[in-house]
Write a protein that binds this ligand. Structure first.
Ligand code: NDP
Length: 335
């Protein structure tokens, strides 16, 4: 069986690739360039005979995935920009996310009759309502939808962060609308992770150009933060668990038509700093100390659906951060 994973070069995608490859699937993955394909071959060298590539230079082009989807049995759509600082919200975030999702789904419908399951990597971005932050007393589940609109996100005053949240929300909504309207051959499920941390599976070429969520941890240990920053999103998931959730959703019949909030639970940057200071004494002087305790009364998150329906268990924050920080230290030593 062959699955297509879009955007195989990413931090999350590398773990999705590993989850499918280690279970024996053949994986075709889209990349924007040959050099990305070469990097993926290096990090997944163990499974070289199971990997193939399709070059899709622009994720948003209508028909751009027509060739890539041919002959596959399932599709995992994960390629989407995760950046909070961009020049143009529409061009750099909204278009690739929303039009990219439409391009993938339309190509499947027109050219891949064998595809029965499609899994989309969505996000807690499509669940949370930032206007109500930190929403004490509330518990987010997959029944919640971020109410952000395209107009808000595209306006010149909108931050890149709002545009990113909107790009994920509107892309996921567009996917569900596509399925409702077109009644395609395939069944859809979406995976919604919050901040994703943990060790990389892809090759990190430079600690200066980390993916957004890895950089979010590295800044807490490289001396660039003098005080513990205010936590932006009070929920996390280990990247290894996010990879596993995709393959479980793909293989579980009952996931058809479902959305899954893929989170290990709540966390704060203070907790991350405490873990690094305690477990890596050599870094202690670079990590802000902050204050003991947890002053902000905030929302909770509920992962009971994904545990029950996909049988997921989640790595805790200490394991996740320890493994990621250990990797950063090794890379620093090599540099
Ligand atoms: P990365 O930046 O590591 O990966 C992003 C991937 O998407 C890369 O393969 C990248 O390709 C591709 N991509 C980005 N923009 C475009 C574009 N305009 N056209 C084609 N391909 C593009 O980020 P993550 O691994 O963190 O993100 C992967 C997915 O996971 C995204 O859908 C993101 O929204 C989602 N997610 C991530 C979370 C996190 O905390 N990391 C949390 C929740 C969801 P290239 O290498 O060529 O740039």
């Amino acid at each position: 069986k062959t699955v297509l994973v879009t955007g195989g070069s990413g931090f999350v995608a590398a773990h999705i690739l590993n989850s499918f490859l280690s279970r024996g699937y053949n994986v075709k993955t889209t990349v924007r360039s040959d050099s990305s394909a070469e990097k993926i071959k290096k990090s997944h060298a163990k499974y070289l005979s199971q990997i193939s590539f399709a070059i899709v230079p622009d994720v948003a082009t209508p028909g751009g995935h027509d060739e890539a989807v041919k002959g596959v049995d399932g599709v995992i759509h994960t390629a989407s920009p995760f950046q909070m600082k961009v020049e143009n919200n529409e061009r750099d975030l909204l278009d690739p996310a929303i039009k990219g999702t439409m391009s993938v789904l339309t190509s499947i419908q027109n050219h891949a009759p064998n595809v029965k399951r499609v899994i989309i990597t969505s996000s807690f971005a499509s669940i949370i309502d930032m206007n109500k932050n930190p929403r004490p007393g509330y518990t987010y589940t997959e029944n919640d939808w971020n109410p952000v609109t395209y107009e808000e996100a595209a306006s010149s005053s909108a931050s890149g962060e709002i545009a990113y949240l909107a790009s994920k929300t509107l892309a996921e909504r567009a996917a569900w609308d596509f399925v409702a309207k077109n009644k395609p051959n395939f069944q859809l499920a979406t995976i919604c992770p919050p901040m994703v941390y943990g060790p990389a599976f892809h090759t990190i070429s430079s600690l200066e150009h980390l993916n957004t969520s890895s950089a979010d941890i590295y800044r807490l240990m490289n001396g660039s933060e003098k005080a513990v920053p205010k936590t932006q999103y009070y929920a996390f998931c280990d990247v290894r668990d996010v990879g596993e959730a995709h393959v479980r959703a793909y293989e579980t019949h009952e996931s058809a038509g479902q959305r899954y909030f893929c989170t290990a639970g709540g966390y704060t940057y203070q907790q991350v700093c405490d873990i690094i200071r305690e477990d890596f004494p050599e870094k202690k002087a670079l990590v802000p100390e902050g204050e003991a305790g947890d002053p902000v009364d905030r929302y909770k998150v509920d992962n009971s659906k994904i545990k029950k329906e996909l049988g997921m268990t989640f790595k805790d924050l200490k394991t996740c951060i320890d493994d990621q920080v250990r990797e950063f230290i090794e890379i620093e030593k090599r540099a």
